[in-house]
Design a protein around this ligand. Structure first.
Ligand code: T4K
Length: 374
C-alpha cells in the first residue's frame, strides 16, 4: 500500500475561516506593513507569552541575527558552533566577522563552554551559541566566560520557542536572543523571526535598524536593512498562539512514544531529557551507532523508500561546507564531537498532525530495519 509522503515536519496552521476576518480587515484598511496594528499586537502578545519585556519582530531569523550583530557593533572574531543550520554562521559573514568554530558537548549538542574558552583570542568580541533542537545551552557557564573576557553573547534561539526552564527564563540569558518563526518551526508566521533584547534603548535601536535606519520621516541614522514582518504574518502569528499549547502537547506525546519505542533498540539513542527544562519537542533527533544493524544513511534511505523523509540535521557540519573549510577552526581535529554526532544523527518526523499510523510505521521501520519477521 502506498502512503502519502511524511516529511520531517509539517507546518501547523490555524483554521482558515478564523483568519478571514483579520485578512478582510487588512484588505480594508490597506495597512499591510511598517509596524501596523497586528505587528504591535503580536509583539505585545509574544512578550507576554515569553515573559520578556522587549520583542522586535522580523521577517526571518537570519536577518534578525545579522541585525543583532549590528546592534551590538560586533566585529573581529565570534565563537560559534559548527553544529547548526548554516544561517548561524552566515550571519557573521554578512557582518564581515570571522566565525571561529568550537566543539560541542556530547550530551546537550550545544557549544562546550571549555571549548569556547580555549577558542578565545585577542580578536574575539562575542559568542554566538545555538540552543540546538531547543535544548538550553549552559547559559551560566557561557555568561561567566563572557563576563571574564568582556564578550557579547547572542543566542541563536531559532529552535527554542516554547522552551521553559526551571532555573530562569532562557531568553533572559545573554545580550540578545533570536527566534525563528519559519514554517518548519514550533510556532510559525510562514516566515518570520524576532529579537529579544534587554533594554528599551536597545529595542529602539533594533527597530531603527530593521527599518532602513529611519528614526523619523527625515532622519536616517545608520545603514539599516528592511527586516520588517508584514501584517498578514503578524495576524497569523496571533492566531497561532491560541493553538500553541495544544500543538506542544501533541509534540510531547509523539516524543514520549518514540522514546518508549526506542528504549530497547540496540544502537539507537535519543537525546537525554533535560531535567530542568520543559522541552518544546521541536525535533526528534536520534543517534545511530555502529552496533545498529544498518548505517545511519541506510536507515535514512530505507525510510525514504517508504515515503518517510527524515533529515540529517546537522550534517554536514557548517565547518565542512567548502566556503568555511579553509578556516583554521574548521579543521575536523578541532571538532571531534561535532564530527561524530553529525555522522550519526537522524531527525525523525515530529509535528502536531503526524498521525498515529504514520508514527507507528516510522517506529516499526527503525525498530526493525532489515524487515525480518520477529
Ligand atoms: N538558526 C538556526 C539554528 C536555524 O535552524 C535556522 C533555520 C535559522 C537560524 C534561520 O531561521 P530563518 O531565517 O529560516 O527564520 C529548514 C528551514 O528552512 C530553516 O528555517 C531551518 N532553520 C532549518 C533547520 O530547516 P530546510 O532546507 O531543511 O527546509 P525544507 O524546505 O527542506 O523543509 C523541511 C521539510 O519541511 C520539507 O521537507 C517539508 C516541510 N515543509 C517545509 C516548508 C518550508 C512544509 O511542509 N512546508 C513548508 O512550507 O531548512
Amino acid at each position: 500500500m502506498s502512503h502519502d509522503p511524511v516529511y520531517v515536519t509539517r507546518p501547523f496552521l490555524p483554521p482558515l475561516e478564523e483568519l478571514i476576518p483579520d485578512f478582510s480587515n487588512i484588505w480594508e484598511t490597506r495597512v499591510l506593513t511598517n509596524s501596523g496594528p497586528y505587528h504591535t499586537a503580536l509583539e505585545k502578545a509574544l512578550a507576554e507569552y515569553l515573559e520578556v519585556e522587549y520583542v522586535s519582530l522580523f521577517c526571518n531569523a537570519t536577518i534578525a541575527l545579522v541585525t543583532a550583530l549590528q546592534a551590538l557593533n560586533v566585529k573581529g572574531e565570534v565563537i560559534t558552533t559548527p553544529y547548526s543550520f548554516v544561517a548561524t554562521s552566515h550571519s557573521l559573514l554578512w557582518n564581515n566577522i570571522q566565525p571561529v568554530f568550537a566543539d560541542i558537548d556530547p550530551v546537550s549538542l550545544n557549544l562546550d563552554p571549555d571549548a569556547i574558552e580555549r577558542a578565545i583570542t585577542e580578536r574575539t568580541t562575542a559568542i554566538m551559541p545555538v540552543h540546538c533542537y531547543g535544548v538550553p545551552c549552559d547559559t551560566d557557564a557561557i555568561q561567566k566566560i563572557a563576563d571574564k573576557y568582556k564578550l557579547h553573547v547572542i543566542y541563536d534561539a531559532a529552535h527554542a520557542f516554547g522552551v521553559k526552564r526551571a532555573s530562569g527564563n532562557l531568553f533572559a540569558a545573554g545580550d540578545i536572543s533570536v527566534l525563528s518563526f519559519h514554517a518548519t518551526k514550533v510556532f510559525n508566521t510562514l516566515e518570520g523571526g524576532a529579537i529579544i533584547c534587554r533594554t528599551a534603548e536597545m529595542k529602539r535601536h533594533i527597530d531603527h535598524l530593521k527599518n532602513f535606519g529611519f528614526v523619523d520621516e527625515v532622519t536616517v541614522v545608520e545603514a539599516g536593512i528592511n527586516g520588517k514582518m508584514n501584517e498578514i504574518q503578524a495576524a497569523i502569528g496571533l492566531h497561532q498562539l491560541n493553538y500553541l499549547e495544544e500543538a506542544l502537547c501533541r509534540r510531547r506525546l509523539i516524543d514520549t512514544q518514540y522514546r518508549q519505542a526506542f528504549s530497547q533498540v540496540e544502537g539507537v539513542t535519543c537525546m537525554a531529557a533535560c531535567n530542568e527544562s520543559i522541552s518544546n519537542c521541536a525535533y526528534f533527533p536520534v543517534l545511530i551507532h555502529d552496533n545498529y544493524p544498518v548505517t545511519r544513511d541506510a536507515l535514512y534511505a530505507l525510510l525514504r523508500e517508504h515515503n518517510i523523509f527524515a533529515r540529517r540535521y546537522f550534517f554536514p557540519l557548517i565547518s565542512d561546507f567548502d566556503m568555511y573549510r579553509h578556516l583554521p577552526s574548521a579543521n575536523p581535529a578541532n571538532l571531534p564531537v561535532a564530527g561524530q554526532i553529525a555522522s550519526k544523527v537522524l531527525c525523525l518526523p515530529i509535528y502536531p498532525e503526524l498521525s498515529d499510523e504514520d508514527l507507528q510505521r516510522i517506529i516499526t521501520l527503525v525498530q526493525n530495519p532489515s524487515g525480518e519477521k520477529k
